[in-house]
Write a protein that binds this ligand. Structure first.
Ligand code: ADP
Ligand code: MG
Length: 324
């Protein structure tokens, strides 16, 4: 059984009694609890574990940054600004130097985004950082995966494939030059935070999701939830030019994971607004395809169909090698 079969079998639709607060439950980047017609809470949790999501040798300040950023990424995908956070820690020892560096980084990121730590739990164990993040989003609730519309544009923020390339270098599958490795390693350790862009772009967006497990796999969540398909122009997907020469390139780009960029769909009538906002906030934004009525996706690279490309996004309990 893989991760998604597990979620489907044991978690989705197991509790069917009516809950007037629950606007959106398991199956999206976050749940939405509607308090009243003007207030909705958006809540999600993400966990990082040593040896799975980061190396024991990674710096505590980077681990803290990443733990917060991956949680912010789910809020960004909902178009919601985070406000509160719960921190559940398992640590093998309480070592002051490590903890000082971890919490300096942790609090400076929370300070920057005005997010308050409101609770959590601490236990001894393999270094594991589990965060529950909450945001409040008024009348809107949040962006969902199931609202893509045929003829929508498909957009991707930032650049993808870099973190996966850094991991391939760590696993000695490739050797990147130190300059390229540094860029990729930064993407792995300090994922981008797209909250401001997604919160302001939300009124123009139909469906959204963050790219945590590989672009194709995460796009597929939008397609399945919305009952639509997609036509993707692979050469339009933003990455790092220096990575293109590697045989792993398409794999990093389409399956890589750990990107924490956002993929979203919007009506073509909002192209100008989206591009202007991206420019204002200095967020790279690329139009990579269209939503189609034919289900599934077709991939084109420079006019050639490459739909036979093997999708293999990240799946805990699925892949032999964990791309973090
Ligand atoms: P994401 O990549 O956005 O973090 P996941 O793919 O990890 O989302 O999870 C898919 C859905 O399953 C989410 O709605 C998530 O809340 C839910 N989920 C995953 N694991 C659990 C769990 N152990 N208990 C309850 N819900 C879970
Ligand atoms: Mg997500």
């Amino acid at each position: 059984m893989d991760e998604f079969q597990f979620i489907q079998h044991y978690l989705v639709n197991k509790q069917t009694w009516p809950d007037t607060f629950l606007e959106l439950g398991i199956g999206d980047d976050a749940a939405i609890l509607r308090m009243n017609s003007e207030q909705a809470l958006c809540i999600s949790a993400d966990m990082l574990q040593e040896g799975v999501h980061f190396f024991a040798t990674d710096l505590p300040q980077d681990i803290a940054y990443k733990a917060v950023a991956v949680n912010f990424s789910d809020m960004a995908a909902m178009g919601v600004r985070p406000r509160w956070l719960l921190l559940t820690l398992a640590l093998p020892v309480l070592e002051k130097v490590w903890l000082d560096a971890f919490f300096d980084s942790f609090y400076s990121l929370l300070e920057k985004y005005r997010v308050k730590l409101i609770g959590g739990d601490t236990t001894r164990g393999t270094c594991t950082i589990s965060i529950t993040v909450m945001g409040e989003n008024g009348t809107k609730g949040g962006l969902r995966r199931d609202q893509a519309v045929v003829e929508d544009d498909i957009w991707v923020t930032g650049r993808v494939g870099l973190a996966a390339a850094a991991l391939s270098h760590h696993y000695q599958q490739v050797h990147l030059s130190s300059e390229v490795f540094n860029l990729c390693e930064k993407a792995r350790l300090r994922p981008p935070i797209r909250i401001e862009f997604m919160a302001r772009a939300a009124p123009w967006i139909h469906a959204a999701q963050d790219i945590s497990d590989g672009l194709l796999q995460d796009l597929e969540h939008i397609l399945v939830a919305s009952g639509v398909g997609a036509r993707i122009l692979v050469e339009e997907i933003p990455s790092l030019r220096e990575l293109e020469e590697y045989t792993f390139y398409q794999h990093w780009l389409l399956n890589g994971g750990d990107d924490y960029e956002c993929i979203f769909t919007a009506s073509p009538i909002y192209r100008m607004q989206l591009e202007a906002l991206a420019k204002e906030l200095a967020v790279p934004l690329h139009l990579v395809g269209k939503i189609t009525s034919t289900q599934g996706y077709s991939l084109f690279n420079k006019g050639r169909s490459i739909s036979s490309f093997c999708k293999k996004g990240f799946n805990h309990f699925g892949n032999p090698i964990a791309p973090t």
